[in-house]
Design a protein around this ligand. Structure first.
Ligand code: CA
Ligand code: CA
Length: 199
């Protein structure tokens, strides 16, 4: 009788109707329960596999979206795009600190130049613009000869002109200069050049 009651409860749990219950055959019930469990396990495994596939597809789609978003990145009016960055060439001659302040106020920072390609691109634009002197975001103000970006990032790429940097503690800020063929020079940070901002 006990088996019958337990069986009825279990059968109800597994969706087997009371009419299907043959209380005289506990063994038969056990086999059927095992079959159901096995069937459920298989379904669960199948669902896990499907979930794995869906998760992978979702990751692939997200990566695709990310790439598309990067390709679609547009620069605001008055900014020039190169790869993932937008550049703004300031019109006013400013000290190095004021130039950085100018860039910060428009949501950017004095330019970081990380690769030869980026440097060539900027030099090309400066030549076209015939703009003589522009600040680059590099400084050795904190420690002589240790050039860093304003966010503390180490300068890994440089394009110093002949004999530059050459002014020691007097010149602690970097710039493009026309008379050096737009190679880099170190200059006193209080000199006034135009900013190149990057965001
Ligand atoms: Ca210096
Ligand atoms: Ca110099």
């Amino acid at each position: 009788m006990k088996i019958c009651v337990v069986s009825a409860v279990l059968l109800a749990l597994f969706g087997i109707s009371a009419a299907e219950c043959d209380c005289s055959s506990a063994v038969d019930f056990q086999f059927r329960t095992i079959d159901r469990l096995s069937e459920m396990e298989q379904r669960l495994n199948k669902m896990s596999l499907e979930q794995e596939i869906l998760t992978r597809k979702l990751s692939e789609k997200l990566a695709e979206c990310d790439e598309t978003e990067k390709k679609d990145k547009r620069c605001k009016d008055g900014w020039t795009r190169f790869k993932e960055s937008c550049y703004k060439f300031g019109d006013s001659d400013l000290t190095f600190d004021s130039a950085q302040e100018y860039c910060k106020n428009i949501g950017a920072s004095l330019v970081h130049i990380d690769t030869t390609e980026e440097n060539v691109f900027l030099r090309g634009l400066l030549r076209t613009m015939k703009s003589p002197k522009h600040w680059i975001g590099v400084t050795d103000e904190a420690k002589e000869g240790n050039w860093t970006y304003l966010d503390g990032k180490t300068v890994s790429f440089t394009d110093w002109g002949t004999n530059q940097p050459n002014n020691g503690r007097v010149a602690n800020c970097g710039a493009f200069w026309e008379s050096f063929g737009y190679l880099w020079v170190d200059e006193p940070c209080t000199n006034t050049f135009k900013p190149i901002c990057e965001m």
